[in-house]
Design a protein around this ligand. Structure first.
Ligand SMILES: [Zn+2]
Ligand SMILES: [Zn+2]
Length: 386
């Protein structure tokens, strides 16, 4: 099971305040408390999931890290596919800035939102998702990438308002400026009021008399932007980075969506990755394995010399300390392991055959004859056959 987004777990918008998060957590905790859910097998995991989400979101530092790197930023390697199409209506409405608020009168910023007044301009833009492929070398040391992103950006002619001039706004005739439609349905149980954002003005409460010629009244136009993104070292496939406000511009001044950059690791020509470590297969000739040698091996940063000791066995792992990948959010670096493969030729010439046959007779090439002090395996073999 992939890990769910913490905001989703608590059902709070991304911009939720500490209080909202606390309240949402309490609600979930009550709902899924094991004492109350004796016959609901899912309750316990839901309870734990909520507790984990709260643990991160209540802490400003952890929350900021989570916002930037997702579960990958939390250590412990939680990977998940981003839920980029997630549309959260609470979130949308929380992004409307409150232009009717009292402002300075009470000293504070914001103040109380005034009842049913027209919501502020615009409809928020959608989040976007983009995948970038990174080489192991880029992952090992971190990299800054420039992304060409085709998206909606704010219309420059009308500065995002969608109108030709300031005077081109008029009160929406469908909703009379309230931004919402109320429908009362009478049933045998009583009257129900259904409130929905006005479809004519998308809840804005106003319409445009003369629409901007460049954007047709949307307040945004399609264009291409180059966006820089810093990828920290140590990321893995399906980790993602959220670039706040870098997604599609909103309609008529609505808040922009986020750009979610999903990481994909390219397969490497000769390295295999295992967490922070990388593995490399080295072919060594029989004489080199016996006599020892000094070889050049590729690393994630250029070539390096590596000593193969005399008597190196096939399959031996040689460790090149801290030549691996830097751990995410850490200064620690993994190692490069070099797996020694002693190369056994399949085709040989007659002269070579004579040399090898001579070796067959040689005392130190017969495992059963090797006086064993260092290798338990051979002594056990010897006792079986003698
Ligand atoms: Zn309307
Ligand atoms: Zn425009």
């Amino acid at each position: 099971m992939s890990k769910r987004d913490y905001y989703e777990v608590l059902e709070v918008p991304k911009g939720a305040s500490a209080d909202e998060i606390k309240r949402a957590y309490r609600k979930k905790a009550m709902q899924y408390h094991p004492d109350r859910n004796a016959d609901n097998p899912d309750a316990e995991s839901k309870f734990k999931e909520a507790a984990e989400a709260f643990d991160v979101l209540k802490d400003d530092q952890k929350r900021a890290r989570y916002d930037q790197f997702g579960h990958a930023g939390m250590g412990g390697g939680g990977f998940r596919e981003p839920d980029y199409q997630n549309v959260d209506f609470d979130d949308i409405f929380s992004r409307f800035s409150d232009i009717f608020s009292g402002g300075d009168i009470f000293g504070g910023r914001g103040g109380q939102q005034r009842g049913r007044g027209r919501r502020s301009a615009g409809v928020p833009g959608n989040d976007m998702k983009m995948t970038i492929s990174l080489t192991l070398e880029e992952i090992a040391f971190g990299v800054e990438k420039k992304l060409k992103v085709k998206k909606y950006t704010r219309c420059e002619s009308c500065n995002g308002t969608g109108a030709e001039t300031e005077d081109d706004f008029m009160t929406c005739s469908t909703c009379s400026g309230t931004g919402e439609l109320r429908q009362v349905s009478k049933t045998m149980f009583g009257s129900f009021v259904n409130v929905q954002p006005c479809p004519t003005c998308s809840g804005e409460g106003r319409q445009i008399r003369n629409k901007c010629g460049s954007c047709g009244g949307e307040g945004r136009t399609k264009s291409e932007e180059t966006i820089s993104v810093k990828i920290p070292a140590g990321v893995s496939t399906s980790n993602y980075i959220t670039l706040r406000g870098q997604g599609n511009a909103g309609i008529r001044g609505g808040a922009p969506g986020d750009l979610i950059v999903v990481i994909e690791e390219k397969e490497h020509e000769f390295f295999e990755r295992d967490g922070d470590h990388i593995f490399y297969d080295l072919q060594v000739s029989i004489p080199d394995a016996i006599l020892g040698t000094d070889v050049e091996v590729p690393t994630l940063k250029g070539k390096a010399r590596l000593k193969v000791e005399p008597g190196t066995q096939s399959g031996k792992l040689l460790r090149m300390k801290e030549k691996g990948i830097q751990r995410l959010n850490s200064s620690m670096r993994g190692d490069q392991f070099v797996r020694v493969n002693v190369f056994i030729p399949k085709k040989i010439s007659d002269t070579e055959r004579k040399k090898v046959e001579a070796l067959r007779e040689a005392e130190h090439f017969d495992p059963l004859k090797v006086a064993d002090t260092e290798n338990g395996f051979f002594s056990r073999l010897k006792s079986i056959f003698s």
